[in-house]
Design a binder for this molecule. Structure first.
Ligand SMILES: *Cc1c(COP(=O)(O)O)cnc(C)c1O
Length: 356
């Protein structure tokens, strides 16, 4: 495995700018204060008032009947797939979808479902690609029971799916007997960038979830939303996979705090991403993809460096990037990165590339 977790090492200088991931934010003092004050109870029995308040707030925000609190986004996806699908079923999703690339083969291992990856630029597919993937319903074809999209499309460069495209796709899926699921890990980034409400973005989906650890600053937690019936069935899978919690309100309080205080400020992360792109675009040999939201991807092939060499060299100057592939670097802006730190990161990359 070439995945190298960021570690504080004696050999490395202190981390000054962390563009590695928007999952690495630390709870703010005010968020910790809210966690300390949280009223709690036994979440498994529906007796935690703070978890209940979070689920009510999320269901209202997404325009769905009900919601369930889970420890992570991955668990939301897996519980949703377990609830929608049976063994042997087929799921249609983009070929770069998190459920296909980054959940340990969970759909196959837990549900026994296969995922077919659809193609399309920026992590998004269109109606033509979806229609082409729909099989005639025969005795020998796998039942196609779920269509999934990612808002925003993570490895698609944090791209925002327009509502019209989502509505078109969810209608086709429903006409063909499929349920629809949104991996809304960064849904609120899309909401802020597009100026469209979460409810409108969620309208065509039978289930969707939001991650509170992607730029929203909570220490853990994600909330899966859907109909009362769907969430009732999802709750049994939550129990079966061990995701039921006790005094979860301590963590739900951080998520409520994030909903109330960390949504509008996502616009700052998007502005910082644009600032980073403007800076990187000036550096010879670097090709930057125009970001919709807080994820910036750039190609380093013209610098003579691989993505890992560039990331390692930048880390020696206190700036952390992640890599996706040999020549593609990813930078995430988030709560703990300021505009001044973006300028600092650009200066470090310029120096590293000049030296190469
Ligand atoms: C991070 C991420 C997930 C998984 O969420 P976790 O909370 O890390 O388990 C799923 N889908 C997308 C698009 C993500 O970016």
């Amino acid at each position: 495995m070439d995945y190298a977790p960021l570690r504080a090492s004696a050999d490395l200088p202190p981390l000054r700018v962390n563009l590695y991931s928007d999952t690495q934010t630390k709870p703010t003092p005010a968020m910790k204060e809210a966690m300390m004050r949280a009223e709690v109870g036994d979440e498994q029995f529906g007796l935690d008032p703070t978890v209940n308040a979070l689920c009510d707030q999320m269901a209202a925000l997404m325009g769905k009947e009900a919601a369930v609190f889970l420890p992570s986004g991955t668990m939301c996806n897996q519980v949703a797939i377990l609830t929608h699908c049976r063994p042997g079923d087929e799921i249609l999703a983009h070929e770069t979808a998190h459920i296909l690339t980054s959940e340990g083969g969970g759909a196959a291992a837990l549900t026994g479902a296969q995922i077919t990856g659809l193609r399309g630029p920026r992590g998004m597919f269109d109606a033509e690609a979806l229609r082409a993937a729909i099989r005639p319903k025969t005795r020998y074809a796998p039942p196609q029971t779920l269509m999934e999209i990612e808002q925003t499309a993570n490895t698609g460069g944090g791209a925002v799916w327009p509502v019209a495209r989502m509505n078109e796709l969810t209608a086709i899926a429903h006409e063909n007997g499929m349920a629809t699921h949104m991996d809304g890990a960064r849904l609120m980034n899309a909401v802020v960038a597009a100026g469209t409400s979460a409810r409108d973005m969620a309208a065509g989906f039978d289930s969707l979830w939001l991650d509170f650890t992607k730029g929203l600053g909570a220490p853990l937690g994600a909330v899966l939303c859907g109909s009362k019936e769907f969430i009732g069935a999802a709750w049994r899978w939550k129990q079966r996979v061990g995701g039921s919690m006790r005094q979860g309100g301590i963590c739900a309080a951080a998520c409520i705090y994030a909903l109330d205080h960390h949504i509008d400020r996502l616009a700052e992360d998007h502005a910082n991403a644009k600032l980073l792109v403007r800076g990187l675009a000036q550096i010879p040999g670097i090709k930057v993809e125009e970001p919709d939201t807080n994820l910036v991807f750039f190609d380093v092939s013209g610098t003579g460096l691989t993505s890992a060499q560039l990331a390692d060299a930048a880390r020696l100057h206190g700036v952390a990037f992640s890599t996706t592939g040999k020549l593609r670097v990813r930078a995430c802006t988030h709560l703990d990165v300021t505009a001044a730190q973006i300028e600092e990161a650009v200066a470090v990359v310029r120096a590293v590339v000049a030296k190469a």
